[in-house]
Design a protein around this ligand. Structure first.
Ligand code: NAD
Ligand code: WQD
Length: 342
């Protein structure tokens, strides 16, 4: 394995990590996946192997366990880590903040510490559009000020970004990129990997696909009295395969020594705002079905609208979202059907 062309993926059995593993392998990288399977199944790694036809190194490791992590660094040579491993449920983070600070921050600090200890240069971090909160101006650019976090989950993203910035500033051999994802949705077109939420989904698209599959009775549209064209919230829904390709572009930039700053931030979205009702209608149209839904009160903590200004990612990373919303929602439904045997 060439260390420059090898990437450690923490949380690589998860939703975004597994899709990213596929795209990295397709682009000629070797990957090493580590995951503690706290929110995923090892079958996702099998899916990556099936799609790519490559044997993928996989270790069950908790990134909070520094000794176990050190063994991974001793065993494999890689220049780059992509750190996905984190808990991500906003509501749960309000009820159990320590669980979130513990897992999301300790795991990230362990990763950065090992990168420093083993002289491995490149850290790519999964951040989130949640850092922008309710922004004054839309679309948001990377220099739009972050708002105080409204959940411990969101706070872990802000703190981890700051940790990475400070470490890149302090340690001469360390480089960092934070990708701020907007709303990742969809699944691999093979339907071999996709999103597998445990319990009742919080996110819109898994709730839609589970409703279409008959697992949920009715979708609630949280608020139709927002100051938006149809009264429902606006978001920037990004196809998970496009999102995965953004990671490849960022890894290329790091490994080819093209970074202009030691720490860089990119918005990863489509740049197009889509309302909840538009998304439902598109899902129905492309999949030829009717979805039971009803209007419901606003969900506490939701922002009215957020979407990305993507010029920086387009021009500097040379990456652009390509898949159309309809294709993405078709893939999401194909994946749900596969999982449920519908
Ligand atoms: P996911 O839960 O599917 O994947 C995360 C993976 O990390 C899981 O496989 C989980 O088992 C693993 N994990 C968690 N804690 C771990 C630990 N201590 N050690 C080892 N493995 C651990 O979530 P995802 O949607 O793929 O998200 C990936 C990353 O992207 C997360 O950091 C998340 O916060 C961030 N993100 C996600 C979204 C989204 O809407 N999905 C949006 C913005 C940012
Ligand atoms: C989208 C829209 C809801 C469910 C969250 C996190 C964010 C990021 C991505 C990680 C909103 C509406 C939803 C439902 C609905 N994750 N909705 N009925 O809230 O934009 O972002 O996931 O970083 O941090 O907060 O995504 O998919 O939950 O909601 O009407 O049953 O769908 O009100 O307008 P959100 P979402």
């Amino acid at each position: 394995m060439d260390s420059r062309k090898t990437v450690l993926i923490s949380g690589g059995a998860g939703y975004i990590g597994s899709h990213t593993a596929v795209e990295l392998i397709n682009a000629g990288y070797d990957v090493v996946i580590i995951d503690n399977l706290s929110n995923s199944e090892k079958e996702a790694v099998d899916g990556v192997r099936k799609i790519t036809g490559k044997d993928v190194a996989f270790e069950i490791v908790d990134t909070c366990d520094k000794d176990a992590l050190r063994k991974v660094f001793e065993k494999y040579r890689f220049d780059t880590v992509i750190h996905f491993a984190a808990y991500k449920a906003v509501g749960e983070s309000m009820a159990e903040p320590l669980k979130y600070y513990q897992n999301n921050l300790v795991s990230f600090m362990n990763i950065v510490e090992m990168m420093k200890e083993f002289n491995r240069p490149n850290v790519l971090f999964s951040s989130s559009a949640t850092v922008y909160g309710e922004a004054e101006h839309l679309p948001v650019t990377e220099s739009t000020p972050r708002q105080p976090a409204t959940s411990p989950y969101g706070n872990t993203k802000q703190i981890a970004e700051d940790i990475l910035r400070d470490c890149c500033r302090a340690y001469p051999d360390l480089y960092g990129i934070a990708l701020r994802y907007f709303n990742p949705i969809g699944a691999h077109p093979s339907a071999l990997i996709g999103e597998l939420p445990r319990g009742v989904p919080n996110n819109l698209v898994p709730f839609i696909t589970q409703t279409a599959a008959g697992i949920r009775e009715c979708l609630s549209v949280f608020g139709n009295d927002y100051d938006t064209p149809d009264g429902t919230c606006l978001r920037d829904y990004i196809d998970v395969v496009d999102l995965a390709k953004a990671h490849v572009a960022a890894v290329d930039r790091m490994t080819e020594g093209k970074m202009k700053e030691k720490y860089e931030i990119f918005n990863i979205g489509t740049g197009n705002p889509v309302s909840v009702l538009e998304l439902i209608t598109t899902f129905e149209d492309v999949n030829g079905l009717k979805l039971p839904y009803k209007m419901a009160p606003r969900r506490p903590g939701d922002v009215t609208a957020v979407w990305a200004e993507t010029t920086l990612a387009n021009e500097v990373l040379g990456w652009k979202a390509e898949r159309r919303l309809g294709e993405t929602l078709k893939a999401a439904w194909e994946w749900e059907k596969k999982v449920r045997g519908v």
